[in-house]
Design a protein around this ligand. Structure first.
Ligand code: CMC
Length: 431
């Protein structure tokens, strides 16, 4: 029987030399030219600063069509998952490639509950950080420290499933503990009777002297927020996780690398930056139009934070869901946040403005998420930690896919050198 047609591309190089390169086709008919043999055959490399158009891997985890505004995890649409699933089920799906059966779901949940505590000795670390510490600094340091408490993670043959469960469960505890420490309150331990998101809200907002009932609306909202952040294929932090992991570094080290990459304001740090931007506009009289003009004129290199995306050239499907959710959660809590009005007016101005239209800049996942977190009582400097908590299953899934792929090689890009040619060393007295 004839196999699928093998496609190839021809590249003509200066001097007329030709290279024939295989073409790889994905399940959604995405096409790539496989250039791996190019250097050996021709001496040429490809140059693509910021990896604007470079596929670093094949992957079966997430499908994203930025032109159409489509996002799917393992083939399921983000809209359906956000509506009907919960974060634990989506984590299982991303990591294992399929939705769990009832029995699989129960044993996954039990394992997450069982591993929710962190070693008591680790509590001292929280005390060692100055009160001004950004929670992302604490989170990344604590995740790296987990590898010290589970040294078997350094053994590449140790149980991957156990480390995955540990990290998924403990990052939630670490995130909540770092908040409690930052406000000087006693740590609230996880409660085994609560589900993943409810348990997080309990650790964040309960105090020892009072009962705390988790609001089902907030629990649902948190599940949805985390689902929407759970994976986004080869973004900056996920690529970092893969890059760190490709050297053989353990899961905790790779995830800590991802957390640090996420921190920047162009990536996960944008949710904090959006609220800071909206606060600034409010403090200066709420003139959204003037701010947008400053952005267009690139005054002080300003950007409209929460707008634009490397891959989406259409409305980010996550932002669509979040905008609706923002109205629902605020209405339920009876909150009228002036920042939401400013955000909506900025969106309206931007979406009609030629600068944003021509550059295809639309609201992204970070534009409305911060307003929801704020309404839930989560402080601004914790927003990127919330993003990290959500992105965790995606990072884990990519790390796992990478270590299980027998074709994985250490990540090691090339470069074009533009420095000095060979020159003679001049002793210091003669310079
Ligand atoms: N406001 C104003 N102008 C913008 C913006 C923005 N938010 N984003 C891009 N541009 C302009 C940019 O100035 C450039 O203009 P010109 O061609 O005149 O120089 C053009 O659009 C292309 O921008 P770029 O920086 O080359 O595009 P990129 O694909 O490298 O950057 C981005 C993508 C997300 C870093 C960028 O859109 C940005 O900085 N957005 C604001 C930060 C933000 O919201 N980040 C969260 C991204 S979504 C969550 C996540 O996955 O992390």
């Amino acid at each position: 029987m004839a196999g699928p047609e093998k496609l190839s591309a021809k590249l003509t190089l200066p001097g007329g030399k030709e290279a024939s390169l295989p073409v790889v086709v994905g399940t959604e008919d995405e096409h790539a030219v496989d250039i791996r043999a190019l250097r050996n055959e021709t001496g040429y490399i490809t140059l693509d600063t910021g990896y604007m158009n470079t596929g670093s891997t094949t992957s079966s985890i997430t499908y994203l069509d930025g032109e159409q505004g489509i996002l799917r995890y393992r083939g399921y649409s983000i809209e359906e998952l956000a509506e009907h699933s919960d974060f634990v089920e989506v984590s299982y799906l991303l990591i294992n490639g399929k939705l769990p059966t009832k029995a699989e779901r129960a044993s996954f949940s039990t394992a997450l509950t069982r591993h929710s505590l962190i070693h008591e000795d680790m509590h001292q670390f929280f005390a060692g950080f100055p009160p001004t510490s950004h929670p992302m600094a604490i989170l990344s340091a604590m995740v790296t420290s987990l590898s010290a408490y589970y040294p078997d993670s350094l053994d590449r043959n140790s149980s991957v499933d156990l480390h995955i469960t540990r990290i998924l469960s403990k990052v939630r505890t670490i995130a909540a503990f770092s908040y409690k420490k930052s406000i000087g309150q006693p740590l609230i331990y996880p409660k085994n009777s609560l589900k993943y998101c409810a348990n997080f809200l309990h650790m964040m907002f309960a105090v020892p002297s009072e009962d705390y009932d988790v609001s089902p609306v907030l629990e649902k909202a948190l599940n949805q927020l985390l689902i929407l952040h759970a994976d986004h294929e080869q973004n900056c932090s996920t690529s970092t996780v893969r890059m760190v992991g490709s050297s053989g570094a353990n899961l905790y080290a790779a995830i800590a690398g991802g957390i640090l990459a996420l921190w920047g304001p162009l990536h996960g740090g944008a949710n904090q930056a959006v609220i800071e931007m909206l606060e600034e506009i409010r403090a200066s009289g709420g003139d959204s139009k003037k701010f947008v003009e400053d952005v267009k004129n690139k005054r002080d290199n300003r950007r409209l934070m929460g707008f634009g995306h490397r891959v989406y050239k259409n409305y980010d499907p996550r932002a669509k869901i979040l905008k609706k959710m923002c109205d629902e959660v605020l209405a339920h809590l009876g909150i009228k946040d002036p920042l939401l009005d400013i955000a909506k007016s900025m969106e309206e101005i931007a979406l009609k403005d030629d600068y944003f239209i021509s550059k295809k800049l639309y609201p992204n996942v970070d534009f409305y998420s911060g307003i929801i977190y704020r309404a839930m009582g989560i402080p601004t400097n914790m927003f990127t930690v919330m993003f990290a908590l959500g992105r965790l299953p995606g990072w884990i899934a990519h790390w796992k896919e990478m270590v299980e792929d027998k074709d994985t090689k250490i990540g090691r890009p090339r470069q074009i050198y533009t420095g000095e040619k060979l020159r003679k060393y001049v002793p210091i007295d003669n310079r």
